[in-house]
Ligand binder design. Structure first.
Ligand SMILES: *Cc1c(COP(=O)(O)O)cnc(C)c1O
Length: 354
């Protein structure tokens, strides 16, 4: 792929690494590439970060034909920049694209584009412990046409945002609200795709949960509202009686790359793993019997997010003693150790940006 690079002549000042937060600060450059029916993907370029101008009639504004991805670049103590399993993001891009009638983006093109933009803004990768550079690739439908039909033109962009240490004060367990009214996705819908609509429809429940002092929503299945699905932007895992149990991928759950990595690690350590249906009543019962040992979310942003409290209707389950469980901690240390190049990458998960 031929990428035309135009660098900024007015680089921004780098932010304070101890106060980055998430998703508010953007680097000096962005990657862009267009798609036109009959031509394919063309005009790959890296330009100074800038606003984009689009017709107000664009398909994306009205019918939400859009997809996104999320991954990170990590700067190791050895000075090397690592990506974590970017090929998995490339594959998931195409699985989202297929569902949304967005044309396929060749996997190697996706990875090459990510590497190129990260290389150009490499000095934006923060180095303070726990910090990273968040990478947000996305594709929007750009035809100026109000008919409901797949667009014939698209824009693929990648923007970068330096991201703070997720856990400023250690891995603190969060409270999770099991939503019993709204649903996120149904089988046959687009729950497995990373697409805007899935997040727009999650906001009302999130507001409700926040108002009640819970930080995230745990979704139940869209039909019976009984089986556990996932958290807003994380998959969910339970340690019940020594086994790691997580909902199986059923089409309405997002297939997380962290989820996959954690399951591989558990199997490697001979911890029994079950991917299956889990009803909310099974959780309540396990809690009652004292066998609900650990609960944690998995996702790129936090890697492992321990859950200390689960609310379902009038029941509040308190998990563990308010600190992180041993398996959750070991998973966090191992995955982040591999990402920052501190632990040998036995699985060949990391890709060095050169
Ligand atoms: C992105 C996302 C995840 C986690 O996926 P990772 O690849 O592990 O970051 C889980 N659930 C939803 C709804 C997501 O959007």
């Amino acid at each position: 792929m031929d990428i035309k690079i135009s660098k900024t002549t007015t680089p921004k000042q780098k932010p304070d690494q101890n106060n980055l937060g998430f998703g508010k600060i953007f680097t000096d450059h962005m990657f862009m590439m267009n798609y036109t029916e009959g031509i394919g993907w063309h005009d790959a370029r890296i330009e100074p970060f800038h606003d984009i101008t689009l017709s107000p009639a664009c398909v994306v504004f009205h019918y939400g034909q859009v997809m996104f991805e999320g991954l990170k670049a990590y700067r190791g103590e050895d000075g090397k920049t690592r990506l974590f399993r970017p090929i998995m993001n490339a594959r998931r891009t195409n699985s989202s694209n297929k569902r949304l009638c967005i044309p396929e983006l060749p996997e190697e093109m996706f990875v090459e584009a990510v590497k190129a933009i990260v290389k150009v803004d490499e000095d934006w990768i923060p180095t303070a412990p726990g910090t990273s550079l968040y990478i947000r690739p996305f594709i929007i439908a750009t035809d100026a046409f109000l008919g409901v039909a797949p667009s014939k033109t698209y824009l693929f962009c990648i923007i970068l945002s330096p991201s703070g240490a997720y856990y400023a004060s250690g891995l603190k367990p969060v409270g999770i609200w099991i939503e019993d009214d709204y649903v996120r996705a149904v089988r046959g819908g687009m729950g497995f795709a990373k697409t805007g609509g899935n997040y727009a429809c999650s906001l009302a429940a999130q507001v409700k949960a926040h108002d009640d002092g819970y930080s995230q929503v745990l979704w139940l299945d869209g039909v019976e509202r009984k089986y556990i699905e996932e958290v807003g932007a994380m998959n969910i895992m339970f340690k019940i009686n020594g086994k790691i149990v997580t909902p199986m991928l059923n089409g309405s759950i997002l297939p997380g790359i962290t989820r996959d990595s954690v399951l591989q690690l558990c199997r490697h350590w001979n911890i029994p793993v079950e991917e299956r249906k889990i009803s909310v009543y099974e959780l309540l019962e396990a809690q009652e019997k004292g066998t609900l040992e650990e609960v944690f979310g998995t996702g790129t942003a936090a890697v492992i997010s321990p859950v200390g409290k689960l609310r379902y209707k009038d029941e509040v389950m308190t998990i563990g003693d308010g600190s992180i469980g041993p398996v959750s901690q070991k998973l966090y240390d191992t995955v982040t150790g591999i990402q920052w190049g501190k632990i040998k990458d036995e699985f060949g998960w990391t890709v060095i940006v050169e």
